[in-house]
Design a protein around this ligand. Structure first.
Ligand SMILES: *Cc1c(COP(=O)(O)O)cnc(C)c1O
Length: 498
């Protein structure tokens, strides 16, 4: 069963947790206990494919799903052809004992595909078990990557519709093109005049509007959420850390039982939390290294125990980590406080009221033992991309470069030689302008997105992912622009129930 981080008395099945997304008390759903993964079990996973490993790991968390249901979810998510690498999440050794875990071989070239390709299957299966045959309506407000990944995941999935709102001037040209050319019979995309917060606030207002909910109900529809606090997005992310360890053991790079370090470029604390859960299950992990860009609220928190979002917000070259409230941190604190729901409520109330909280000494000690943290500004990010390409012939994107830089700092400080897996979260071609600037010092002003991708391909002699290159030939399908006040009308008309 799953409990809420703000009320330990809540007890719902995983299907309910996934359908609901967030607990009614505002807390996040977490398993009552973290299932165990023994070395014997890891050994049994070694000969298996990614899909088979995923089935085995997820079966430990989604215990109310039948074997057939889980098989269908996992096989559907990673069906042949969806990921442009057979092994789904391959490792690249960029230096002795240093491995890039490439999580961007999916249809939108960023790691969010790893979970968002599976979420539609988990969600439709879960809702069938809990609320019967309803059409699930997903509303998303996006600053770029999540919207596209959700659209690709939900596209033409029976029993679902998905509507995405993005700030008219707040996404990159490539991200905008990815969304406005989206294919699928159950998708809708609309720009909103305003910034990301306006889109987010508008979506939340519709989501919680009782009159709208009633209208949906009359038509056999139900809102649900695809955002990163849904357990259905977290669970699939635990798999790839375990699978990466299996690959290292299988290739003889690590002896079964010996530890690795894991470095994760972090924004909302989702991806690194998945690594923490893998460690809690029993995966041999020594240090979890949390890497931030100039929005380094997590670096300070992990070093001092004080979370303080009252600080300037920076727009960086790693935009998917430009976040000052890391929602998934709540799950970690719940665990480290010994599941003290009252304490968590206090921290979160303080965060809402003052933008700040300080954890107690016991939690601080645990954070210190588990995590290391560092950050990296835009200049160092670009230097890392340039140097890594020149000296090792490996091209990484801006988010991954943040992680690599923080890892290099960590090694310089500690001399730690533990084999290390770095989560590589996006294809370098997704952020072509910054990456081009880093490797070629080229002025790309005035160049369109496709020319930047082509130019990066030319000067690195690397092939651009088909998913990005092929956008050039796709027709724009969605050109609507709305305001905060007309959003509701757009939603109802897209659903055909206005
Ligand atoms: C979303 C994202 C991140 C941050 O992941 P969190 O789970 O929010 O910590 C890092 N890199 C890329 C490319 C992303 O899209």
């Amino acid at each position: 069963m799953y409990q809420s981080t703000r009320d330990s008395g809540v007890a719902v099945s995983s299907a309910q947790a996934i359908t609901q997304g967030i607990s009614a008390d505002g807390g996040l759903f977490v398993p009552q206990s973290i299932p165990e993964l023994t070395n014997e079990e890891i050994k049994a996973l070694l000969p298996l494919s990614y899909v088979e490993r995923a089935k085995a790991v997820l079966a430990k968390f989604l215990t109310d799903f039948t074997k057939e249901e889980l098989d269908a979810c996992v096989s559907g998510a990673y069906a042949p052809g969806k990921f442009d690498d057979e092994s789904v999440a391959p490792l690249a050794e960029i230096a002795p004992g240093v491995y890039m875990l490439e999580l961007w071989h999916g249809p939108t070239c960023a790691f969010k595909d790893m979970a968002l390709q599976m979420l539609p299957f988990l969600l439709t299966t879960a809702s069938r078990k809990t609320v019967g045959d309803k059409t699930i309506v997903i509303l998303v407000a996006t600053s770029g990557d999540t919207g596209k990944a959700a659209l690709e995941g939900f596209k033409d999935v029976d029993g679902t519709k998905i509507l995405v709102f993005y700030p008219q001037d707040g996404v990159s040209p490539m991200q905008k093109l990815q969304m406005t050319t989206q294919e699928g019979g159950n998708v809708g995309v609309c720009a909103i005049k305003g910034n990301f917060d306006d889109a987010q606030t508008g979506v939340k207002a519709i989501f919680t509007d009782e009159a709208v909910a009633k209208k949906l109900k009359q038509h056999g529809m139900l809102f649900s959420s695809a955002n990163s606090i849904n357990w259905g997005r977290l669970a699939p992310q635990i798999v790839y850390y375990i699978s990466a360890y299996c690959d290292l053991v299988k290739e003889g790079k690590v002896t079964l039982g010996d530890p690795i370090n894991i470095v994760v470029p972090t924004g909302n604390f989702g991806n690194i939390l998945a690594a923490y859960y893998a460690k809690s299950m029993g995966l041999p992990v020594a240090k979890l290294i949390c890497a931030s860009n100039s929005n380094n609220v997590l670096t300070d928190f992990l070093k001092t125990g004080v979370y303080d979002r009252n600080r300037p917000f920076f727009t960086t070259v790693s935009p998917s980590m430009d976040i000052l409230i890391s929602s998934n941190l709540e799950r970690l604190l719940y665990d480290l406080s010994g599941r003290d729901d009252k304490k968590i409520r206090g921290y979160m109330e303080s965060l809402a009221k003052t933008g700040r909280y300080e954890v107690d000494d016991a939690i601080k000690a645990k954070l210190n033992a588990l995590f290391c943290a560092g950050f990296c500004d835009d200049t160092a990010t670009k230097e890392t991309i340039g140097e890594t390409f020149q000296s090792r012939g490996y091209l990484c994107d801006t988010h991954t470069a943040v992680a690599l830089h923080v890892y290099e700092q960590y090694v310089a400080d500690t001399g730690d030689k533990t084999p290390t897996v770095i989560a590589s979260t996006a294809s370098p071609f997704k952020f072509s302008a910054s990456v081009l600037d880093a490797v070629a010092k080229e002025d790309v002003t005035g160049m369109d997105e496709f020319s930047k991708v082509a130019e990066l391909s030319r000067c690195t002699k690397l092939e651009a992912p088909q998913a990005l290159a092929s956008l050039k030939d796709k027709a724009v399908r969605f050109e609507d622009v709305c305001t905060k006040d007309t959003m509701e009308r757009v939603v109802l008309s897209m659903l055909g129930i206005s």
